[in-house]
Design a protein around this ligand. Structure first.
Ligand SMILES: NC(=O)C1=CN([C@@H]2O[C@H](COP(=O)(O)OP(=O)(O)OC[C@H]3O[C@@H](n4cnc5c(N)ncnc54)[C@H](OP(=O)(O)O)[C@@H]3O)[C@@H](O)[C@H]2O)C=CC1
Ligand SMILES: Cc1cn([C@H]2C[C@H](O)[C@@H](COP(=O)(O)OP(=O)(O)O[C@H]3O[C@@H](C)C(=O)[C@@H](O)[C@H]3O)O2)c(=O)[nH]c1=O
Length: 283
């Protein structure tokens, strides 16, 4: 079994390396960036010819949500055109694609848990281009798993947990949005969930939602981070209107994970338990 990981140097790619090595998972391939630009068709063709993967995990993405609003062309290339190229090569080479997407495909204006079958209606460029990427993958390749996840963090790369710990080390007080609700996901848990899909051998292709268990706000998440790391910071809950950002974010983007849990018979860790694990890795 050969599993080619694209976007290997990012947060999720790093977590796949970690999870794969802890589990002694056979066949994972993490190519150098120079030979795995997902916008370079010839380079990817060479990589597919060389490695002949059975599975491809696409972790490559344009993830700077605010910057995307002013960098639409590049964001769309990476989040839509790149996945299209990868899906086409998987189709030609008989590989299954595991493509990662986001809760930000949802508008988030209701408090119902979002199901895989719900209509997506993104409200920012990042979410829109990620949805376009999902659609291109589904159109070109039957053998695909699209995993929508949310609020990823880990000991690797840039994320909300590391930002809070950095800010908390310098400041006595921080204001954090309390009226955007979602679920954090430890990227190591997601990496394991992806490996579990591969290991299961199941072929019920399509979209799956995966985050940690539970529901929280960015404010409560920040409180949890400081509580667990025993950092003394006064966290003030603020409304979205008090923290203007270039991109609009969904108010409520909690996803229903029933399909993942029943298809793969796997239990998912509660967000705070996983946060403790991550913070223990950072200390
Ligand atoms: N981070 C989050 O909170 C969430 C992420 N997701 C999704 O999860 C997936 C993984 O995200 P995460 O690991 O956090 O993101 P990162 O931004 O940490 O990693 C993305 C990686 O993609 C690479 N990349 C960008 N453009 C290209 C390209 N043309 N060719 C090859 N690689 C490229 C980046 O390289 P470089 O840094 O050099 O540009 C980076 O290493 C993405 O699909 C994202 O949309 C979903 C929900 C939440
Ligand atoms: C730093 C900071 C952020 N915030 C708010 C802004 C925002 O609403 C929220 C999170 O901010 P961030 O910029 O870290 O996170 P953001 O980039 O919005 O996170 C999103 O990234 C993409 C890639 C996804 O796919 C989403 O699931 C989600 O994880 O916290 C505060 O309220 N106070 C602060 O001091």
């Amino acid at each position: 079994m050969k599993i080619l990981v694209l976007g290997a140097s990012g947060q999720l790619g790093s977590c796949l390396k970690k999870a794969g090595s802890i589990r002694n998972f056979d066949g994972l391939i993490f190519p150098e960036e120079a030979v795995s630009n997902i916008l370079n068709t010839e380079a990817l063709e060479l990589l597919f010819d060389l490695e002949k993967p059975n599975f491809v995990i696409n972790c490559a993405a344009y993830t700077a949500v605010d910057k995307a609003e002013d960098d639409v062309d590049l964001c769309r290339k990476v989040n839509k055109d790149g996945p299209g190229i990868i899906a086409g090569l998987c189709q030609e080479n008989g590989a299954t694609l595991i493509h990662v997407s986001t809760d930000f495909v949802f508008e988030g204006n209701t408090v119902d848990l979002a199901k895989e079958t719900d209509v997506a209606n993104p409200i920012n460029i990042y979410g829109l281009t990620k949805l376009e990427g999902e659609q291109v993958v589904a159109q070109q390749l039957a053998a695909h798993f699209i995993i929508r996840t949310s609020w990823l963090y880990s000991e690797f790369g840039n994320n909300f947990v590391k930002t809070m710990l950095k800010l908390g080390a310098d400041r006595d007080e921080l204001s954090v949005i309390a009226d955007q609700i979602g679920t954090p996901t430890y990227a190591v848990d997601l990496a394991n969930a992806i490996l579990d899909i591969i290991e299961s051998g199941k072929t019920e292709y399509g979209i799956y939602h995966y985050s940690n268990e539970g529901v929280t706000s960015w404010y409560d998440f920040a409180k949890g981070i400081f509580d667990i790391s025993k950092t003394e910071v006064n966290v003030l809950p603020i409304p979205t209107s008090a923290y203007p950002t270039r991109a609009v974010r969904p108010k409520f983007s909690v996803m229903d994970k029933t399909k993942y849990k029943t298809t793969f018979s796997i239990t998912i860790p509660y967000w705070r338990d996983s946060l403790e694990k991550c913070i223990s890795q950072l200390e």
